[in-house]
Write a protein that binds this ligand. Sequence first.
Ligand code: SR1
Ligand code: MG
Length: 386
Amino acid sequence: MGYRILETEDIAGYLRERGHWGTDEPEVREVSDGNMNRVFLVTATDRTRGLAVKQALPWVRVAGPSWPMSPERADAEARAYEQVAKVAPDKIPAIHGYDSDNYALVMEDMSDLEVLRTILNEGGTYGPDTSRRIGEFVAQLSFATSDFGMPSAERKALIAASVSPELCKITEDVVLSEPYLEHEHNHWHPGLDDLAVAFRSDPRLRTEVAELRHLFMTGAQALLHGDLHTGSIMVGTREGAPVVRVFDPEFSFVGPIGFDLGLYWANTLVSAARADALGVEGDHGDQLRLSWDAFRAEFRRLWPTRVDTFFDDAFLDRFLDRVWTESLGFAGAEIVRRIIGFAHLTDLTTLPDPVPASRRALLLGRELIVRRAELTSPEDVEALLR
Ligand code: SR1
Ligand code: MG
């Protein structure tokens, strides 16, 4: 059967057809929240079982049919989950099946967990484990799918299989060029008019963003999540133990490792700007350091297992230094686009007055882009935050 868009009333039958559900009638509700897809939660009436169904639509969900987008992005997501399952299965939801005809994933019900951004927006903190696990996640996925973790020919096949031009183009446009141009996707609070104009007419900033854009287009270092923001992470506790789950890797492709770290850092820094604006005490400003330390430690732990020992220890030091610098640049670009480009963050938009925190974040974003080579440690970034 060909592709059909699933509605709430179709879900129980669909799951039965595919052998995921028995004859009992579950409760089904649509909980679509991200920019791109539809998600349904399916729960047994006695609450003993649950599943989630995620389907890619032939357009960007928040824009509607006026912004067509191939649902094949779900193939990229399914492929990414397969790769992560090999190296970090504890950090992603369990995948029960992928239906490539309908671009639908059937996966673990995570409704007992909460989206990290929601927790932060409600005044919560990251806690001691979240950023450590995110740093480990990026290291485990990127090491395993780099030329250090995979034989050369296998890697070339992964690069070919993971090519995702449509989704990469979104990032090349909305993150890595449009905010620095006049574009209909861009919008911002009127209190930021002067900065939006200044960012569009800043040759140094533009050249540095061009550098990052080119790196994103050409730097095939490892398989990425591709959209690692705090809305793509769920956290909580199960049987007394902390749980962190990374989801939504539909933007996955083989790209520069710093893009994943940078996106996460941008979102932690924006959450810090929100906390600061509200006078909330928290651990937001520590997360870049915690995730970087965990990433670096895990990458170094895996290094002795590399498949190509021509890459020596001195090269590793250089490589990690480059990842650090590139991550800062991508973090800056993500901050800027989330404020004067497309797809703004509720961290800022829901503030009583978003302008002061947005201005600080924008200026921080610019610093991270243009001065990334001078910032050599997390303490340098923390100093910028102060
Ligand atoms: C058209 S999509 C806009 C944004 O939503 C996704 O979550 C990505 O961040 C993308 O840039
Ligand atoms: Mg997403």
